[in-house]
Design a protein around this ligand. Structure first.
Ligand code: UTP
Length: 231
């Protein structure tokens, strides 16, 4: 299977603990050993947020802050590359074309961010679209997609399955609420929708959850299933 794994920075390197990064490298290695072709995208996590907060106070504009965020995602990507050794393309690809070429020759590309005004959620979805991935897995710090922001609304319930249209509607509602955090951002939802991608949003605190989701389709998260044309 061709898989894109999106690993949130707060999941991969919440405290720059090497064991967690190594555990993720082992999971990616296991997926490749099981015959999957894998692309990885890594987020910026708290380190990115801390840099952005400080730079904002120093007067940086949003574009500069995004660039700082991108730099941190690429630093996190390099941590995973270091742990993966030969299997990974040696530097984080800066374009989807380079990432796709790396996947095609059998390497695992580990990307960070690529352009301002978005997050790595969108990068992951675009990479999955570009390489015609069979599955896109979001390993995040939340257990799935909820009917509302669970931090804001006690009645929020987690979806087991949903369509891309439902995903986009839910994210749009959550993003309208200032301060609320969507499990994946709206641009990512739109790309999942237009590309008809199969995606799983799950709690990536335990890296093995990603392996189980890909190898056994066993997970406690939310699966986004495109509606087939003849349904
Ligand atoms: P993340 O993808 O980690 O953003 O990129 P996030 O969703 O805020 O973080 P998580 O998922 O909670 O860990 C960090 C920052 O880098 C910039 C944005 O400013 C983003 O907030 N970025 C990232 C870009 O501007 N473009 C990209 O392609 C990726």
């Amino acid at each position: 299977m061709k898989v894109v794994v999106s690993i949130g920075g707060s999941v991969l390197a919440p405290d720059l603990e090497p064991d967690r990064v190594r555990a993720y490298a082992d999971v990616i290695e296991g997926l490749v050993a099981n015959g999957h072709r894998v692309g990885v995208v890594v987020g910026g996590g708290t380190v990115a947020r801390d840099y952005i907060t400080t730079a904002r106070e120093l007067g940086a504009n949003e574009m500069q802050l995004d660039q700082l965020g991108i730099d941190v995602t690429r630093l996190n990507a390099q941590l995973l590359i270091a742990a993966m050794g030969e299997m990974a393309a040696p530097t984080p690809p800066e374009t989807y074309e380079d990432a796709g070429t790396a996947m095609h020759r059998g390497d695992v590309p580990v990307m960070g961010g690529v352009a301002p005004a978005q997050t790595t959620d969108a990068v992951s979805a675009v990479l999955a679209e570009y390489v015609n991935a069979d599955l896109l897995v979001y390993a995040t710090s939340v257990p799935g997609v909820f009917s509302a922001d669970p931090n804001e609304d006690d009645d929020a319930t987690k979806f087991t399955e949903m369509t891309p249209d439902e995903l986009v509607d839910i994210i749009a509602d959550i993003e309208m609420d200032a301060g609320s955090n969507a499990p994946v951002d709206l641009l990512a939802g739109k790309v999942i929708q237009r590309a008809g991608l199969r995606a799983i949003v799950l709690d990536g605190t335990d890296p093995d959850a990603v392996a189980r989701a890909v190898d056994e389709n066993d997970h406690d998260g939310t699966e986004i299933l495109p509606v087939m044309a003849d349904e």
